[in-house]
Design a binder for this molecule. Structure first.
Ligand code: SF4
Length: 286
């Protein structure tokens, strides 16, 4: 079997998609919608909020405001009561009404189809424009990067320490075949939502393990030490073999701040109480 470091990024990307396809039967958005109007409203509401929560409020919202025209005639204060349980309800209500008015006035009541035009609408940033372009219009150029795609792509090593969503998007596009970007976006989101979660990735049941750099980095962490004596100090430096109470800080090769021995600077530091290494693996959040 190839080790994670043995894969090129392109091989790792191909392996990842192949594996995720075997466990994710329906790579599609989990937002409930029936047309382009409902989709863009739901996607705007989903910023900094879960799809599940959005799906709880949209049935009543769409019953009250079923079209761009109906929403355009509303005031934001009319919309707020329907989305109060969503994050940033006041700002989102303003954006939704302004967006609907723009669609009515500037686009004849039809949602524009290009990412460029979508980006001119209130409440629509790069990610929202790409989701709508991809899901509603099948735009093959769209590869939206949300918090899940950002985390999963960096963890697995589909991109190399990409610090921004735009860099993740560019990195993914460089290794994934054009034509698979829409599907890849859904596969990575669903993998991040249910398996490679932010706080507790389920590596034990993950089909991507053989190629995952984050998993491999955890396997390379030093094993716990036995027989340490916490009464001699809170930390133990394995390099100089001595105890101490206050760590120094050093940045490792991947840019992570690690505990270090105040005497020799070694990062081979363990907690005396548990015997566990204090080293951590770089993680990725936006
Ligand atoms: S092995 Fe773990 S860290 Fe890697 S993709 Fe799977 S769940 Fe995420």
């Amino acid at each position: 079997m190839i080790k994670p470091e043995g894969y090129s990024r392109t091989q790792r990307a191909a392996f990842t998609l192949e594996q995720l396809r075997t466990v994710i039967a329906r790579p599609a958005t989990e937002l409930s919608y029936v047309d382009e109007y409902e989709l863009i409203v739901a996607v705007i509401l989903s910023a900094q909020c879960t799809d599940a929560r959005v799906n709880l409020v949209t049935p009543e919202l769409f019953a009250a405001f079923p079209t761009f025209a109906a929403l355009a005639q509303a005031e934001p204060t009319d919309v707020v009561p329907f989305i109060r349980s969503i994050s940033y309800p006041n700002n989102k209500a303003k954006s939704l009404v302004r967006m609907a008015r723009q669609v009515q006035k500037q686009h004849g009541g039809q949602l524009p189809r290009t990412q460029k035009a979508l980006l001119t609408l209130a409440g629509v940033g790069r990610k929202t424009a790409q989701v709508v372009a991809s899901v509603a219009f099948g735009d093959p150029e769209a590869l939206p990067v949300d918090t899940h795609v950002f985390r999963v792509a960096n963890r697995i090593g589909l991109v190399h320490n990409a610090p921004t969503p735009l860099k993740v998007e560019r990195g993914l596009k460089s290794v994934l075949p054009r034509g698979s970007w829409g599907e890849a976006h859904h596969l990575l989101i669903l993998h991040g939502r249910y398996t490679c979660t932010a706080r507790r990735p389920q590596c034990a049941s993950c089909v991507v393990v053989p190629a995952c750099q984050y998993y491999a980095a955890h396997q390379r962490l030093p094993k716990p030490l036995e027989g340490l004596d916490p009464s001699k100090g809170a930390y133990y430096c394995k390099t100089r073999r001595h105890y101490f109470d206050h760590c120094a800080a050093r940045t490792d090769h991947s840019g992570v701040s690690q505990n270090a021995c105040p005497r020799c600077g070694s990062m081979n530091v363990f907690r005396s109480s548990t015997g566990m290494t204090t080293k951590t693996v770089r993680d990725y959040r936006i």
